[in-house]
Design a protein around this ligand. Structure first.
Ligand SMILES: Cc1cc2nc3c(=O)[nH]c(=O)nc-3n(C[C@H](O)[C@H](O)[C@H](O)COP(=O)(O)O)c2cc1C
Length: 100
């Protein structure tokens, strides 16, 4: 029915193993304040292990206050936050998934 669904696709320089994509959603699973924690890693890792080719992560703020839409939203405010996000990306990549 969808013959290309599980075939690879290239978007610019990005090679994606299939056309199954998870669109952005606010999952409210990060640490209070915005850091990556084991809960949000487990959530995205389960989707990656299940075979999703591309994950677009949900809400991620670069500053507190006006940038916060939910209490446990991802953040990229400082080096520690970015290191946590790198850990998240590395985790889903272990399952052949790419993430933005
Ligand atoms: C940052 C961000 C967060 C989002 N959060 C949600 C969400 O929590 N729930 C939801 O249904 N859609 C959310 N969306 C929208 C979905 O990712 C998606 O674009 C929408 O469901 C439309 O899908 P469609 O284009 O396949 O119809 C979010 C989008 C963005 C950009």
């Amino acid at each position: 029915m969808f013959p290309k669904l599980f075939s690879p696709v290239r978007i610019g320089g990005l090679e994606i193993k299939n056309r199954v994509a998870m669109t952005a959603m606010g999952v409210n699973l990060a640490a209070a304040g915005g850091g990556v924690n084991d809960d949000i890693i487990a959530f995205y890792e389960a989707r990656a292990r299940g075979g999703v080719g591309l994950i677009v992560s949900g809400l991620c703020r670069v500053m507190d206050g006006a940038g916060a839409a939910e209490p446990c939203q991802l953040a990229a405010r400082n080096v520690g936050d970015v290191q946590g996000l790198a850990r998240l990306m590395d985790t889903v990549r272990m399952h052949g998934c790419v993430s933005s």
